[in-house]
Design a protein around this ligand. Structure first.
Ligand SMILES: [Zn+2]
Ligand SMILES: [Zn+2]
Length: 128
């Protein structure tokens, strides 16, 4: 019985992360998964996030000055938009950086990759 309940919690947490349009904070995971699992505790969320991460199901997204957010593995190359008003983070479509892997930047810097985060206000917060 205990095992079954833990499985439901884990599934709800994983589903919350998979169905989101961007990486979720612990509080967001707690809120979304909590709609499925009555009385879901924050410690349970932390524990499941740690397990899912250890098992390679999810990855932590670390943005400067922010608590880690979580997204499923395998989303491929993409970037994030952090709304500084509602503090939600969104996956962006496409990549605006026109510097291919293996390119050399002025100064002789050989590029192996890049990361990029946009800040601003999301569509909903811009409407006001
Ligand atoms: Zn917003
Ligand atoms: Zn890119």
């Amino acid at each position: 019985m205990v095992t079954r309940r833990m499985t439901r919690q884990r599934e709800a947490i994983l589903e919350a992360i998979r169905s989101a349009g961007g990486p979720l904070s612990v509080a967001e995971v707690h809120r979304v998964a909590g709609r499925e699992i009555e009385g879901l505790g924050i410690a349970t969320v932390y524990r499941n996030l740690r397990n899912l991460r250890d098992e390679g199901m999810i990855v932590a997204v670390e943005l400067p000055g922010e608590d880690p957010r979580y997204e499923p593995v395998g989303r491929g190359h993409h970037h994030h938009f952090l709304c500084t008003e509602c503090e939600r983070t969104f996956d962006l479509e496409g990549c605006p950086v026109d510097v291919p892997e293996g390119a050399t930047l002025p100064g002789g810097y050989r590029v192996r990759g890049h990361s990029l985060t946009f800040y601003g206000s999301c569509e909903r917060c811009s409407e006001v």
